[in-house]
Write a protein that binds this ligand. Structure first.
Ligand code: HEM
Length: 522
């Protein structure tokens, strides 16, 4: 049977030059005057939010018909506006979280999200892919020439946070064609050509790491944690922040409550594409393929667990559990929050990815000492590519430690941290959630203003919740659970993701890792 055709980037709304970013700059205003009411509120929504007047103003908006948005560019602009207005509406400024979104926001938001095959919640696509402009039209798409269209906090730190990520998308764009070339070279059995292509890919991933490190330059961790991140939150697992049922979208799906995760660069299709290309597999936190079920060299992407009925073990709450099938993983779940065409591209890429399997086969064939220089070079450069993805994740863990964990431990410099406490009557119980895991090192993260370990460190509004002015909600004694988005335990989740990357090397020798790694974590 002929192998499946390789994906054509343009079929999936992807450019060989700009990658997942649109080729044209995102619109700065909707051209149809019909949408002027949205643009007017959007123009001053930071001020309205600060004055606690955004909710009233949003309720007064007419319910506009999103089907009048003609082009993709218009739909993306509308989606950005509605994401920002809706998240500002729900989380408020020193206001109790609102669990009902008025029809003026919810109806068009759902409609435009459907048009883009996205969810009606703030996503990486909204704030990173479609939220930038060039300072000089003929200049590069890098940090010397980018600005944002909007921020939730009105701060330059938030702009920088988005722009570093936009610049990563731009820097990584050429890698997509190179991955497809590499897959074709495998099909052609052209080892020397593949080695060359992989060298190019390695160089691009190194550049991604360099851009990622620039986050520290102009995004202040305090501002990020206390002023920006709370607004990026969605309404899944948000009981402790006052949204036990999620958010009710008035006039949508019979007004049912929806629980949706918030924005995260874990929704970046670029990083998913790299994982797929190099056969990096992720498992739910605490779940690892067990020894007897070690991967077989199949496609290099779909590992089989030979011990089918007892293939996965986990250590949830310290108790070993065995399941027969891989439970869904947070990273995989994030595809639900990508634009449809990008998500479909990743599915297609998974079906054709063959690089890792090829390298594994070449390694096995030449195990008896007859390894050619080409094969030696192939193994080395493949592992260098994977190593750079691992270094990316090392730096990212460092970043999360500074921007989230350390800020949560220090607490806000004003006791309420910008959040109102929920009225006692609304006090919900933490959601029973099979996803929550015990912190691997046993260290619950100290909640700000509290002597009680265990509150969520991801979203300050959860930490502040339930007690007036800075006293964190008490948790059960001895409960060391630290939950993040999707119920995952933050640092163990990220470390596992990094370790799974390292394990995808053909020769995951620690000596190699130590020699190459430039960040000393763990
Ligand atoms: C201040 C900077 C950043 C912080 C505080 C941060 C925080 C986080 C957090 C808390 C998670 C866990 C999942 C979630 O709750 O969303 C996560 C996951 C992730 N983030 Fe970031 N992030 C930052 C910057 C970036 C950037 C610039 C990228 C580049 C694309 C990125 C890519 C990812 C990816 C791919 C994941 C999924 C986990 C993995 O693949 O290892 N992050 N990030």
């Amino acid at each position: 049977m002929a192998p499946k055709q390789l994906p054509i980037l343009s079929d999936y709304d992807i450019s060989p030059v700009t990658g997942f970013l649109p080729v044209e700059e995102p619109l700065q205003i909707l051209p149809d005057p019909y949408f002027a009411p949205w643009e007017e509120v959007f123009q001053q929504f930071n001020g309205l939010l600060l004055a606690s007047r955004l909710r009233q103003r949003a309720q007064e908006l007419p319910v506009l018909d999103a089907s009048r948005l003609k082009t993709k560019a218009e739909q993306r602009r509308a989606y950005l506006i509605l994401c920002m207005l809706s998240h500002a509406y729900v989380w408020g400024k020193h206001e109790v979280a609102a669990d009902v979104l008025p029809a003026s926001l919810s109806v068009p938001w759902k409609k435009v999200a459907d048009m883009l095959e996205l969810q009606p919640v703030l996503t990486h696509a909204a704030v990173v892919l479609w939220n930038w402009r060039l300072l000089y039209k003929d200049g590069p798409r890098d940090l010397s020439n980018l600005n944002t269209l909007a921020t939730l906090s009105g701060s330059s730190d938030e702009s920088w946070f988005y722009l570093v990520t936009t610049a990563i998308e731009a820097t990584g764009a050429p890698v997509l064609s190179k991955i497809l070339n590499a897959i074709q070279l495998v099909r052609d059995e052209d080892t020397a050509g593949l080695v060359q292509e992989l060298h190019g890919i390695r160089g691009i991933i190194e550049e991604l790491v360099a851009v990622l490190r620039r986050m520290f330059e102009r995004c202040d961790p305090y501002v990020f944690y206390w002023k920006v991140r709370p607004y990026l939150a969605g309404w899944e697992n948000m009981a402790e922040a006052g949204l036990p049922n999620g958010v009710k979208y008035e006039g949508v799906d019979n007004g049912e409550y929806k629980k949706l995760a918030g924005g995260s660069a874990a929704q970046s299709s670029l990083i998913h594409a790299l994982d797929i290309a190099f056969g990096v597999e992720h498992h739910p936190t605490g779940f690892r393929p067990n020894k007897t079920g070690e991967s077989k060299a199949g496609s290099g992407n779909t590992r089989e667990y030979v011990n089918g009925t007892s293939g996965y073990t986990s250590a949830i709450n310290g108790t070993k559990q065995t399941t027969s099938s891989p439970p869904s993983n947070f990273i995989q779940k994030m595809r639900f929050y990508m634009p449809g065409p990008h998500r479909n591209f990743l599915t297609h890429l998974t079906e054709v990815a063959n690089i890792r399997a090829f390298v594994i086969n070449k390694t096995a064939e030449t195990e008896n000492g007859n390894r050619s220089e080409d094969v030696k070079n192939l193994i080395a450069v493949f592992d260098e590519c994977v190593h750079q993805i691992k270094v990316f994740r090392d730096v990212h863990i460092q970043m999360v430690t500074l921007y989230i964990v350390m800020q949560a431990n220090r607490g806000p410099s004003i006791s309420h941290g910008g959040f109102a406490h929920q009225p006692q009557a609304q006090t919900p119980q933490p959601e029973a959630n099979g996803d929550s895991h015990t912190a691997a090192n046993g260290n619950g993260i100290e909640a700000p203003g509290s002597s009680t370990k265990g509150s969520s460190i991801l979203y300050p509004q959860k930490v502040i919740f339930g007690a007036p002015y800075g006293l964190a909600k008490k948790q059960e004694k001895g409960n060391n659970v630290v939950r993040g988005t999707g119920g995952t335990d933050l640092i163990p989740f990220l470390r596992q993701s990094r370790d799974e990357t390292n394990e995808s090397k053909i020769v995951p020798a620690p000596a190699f890792a130590r020699r190459k790694s430039s960040v000393g974590l763990n």
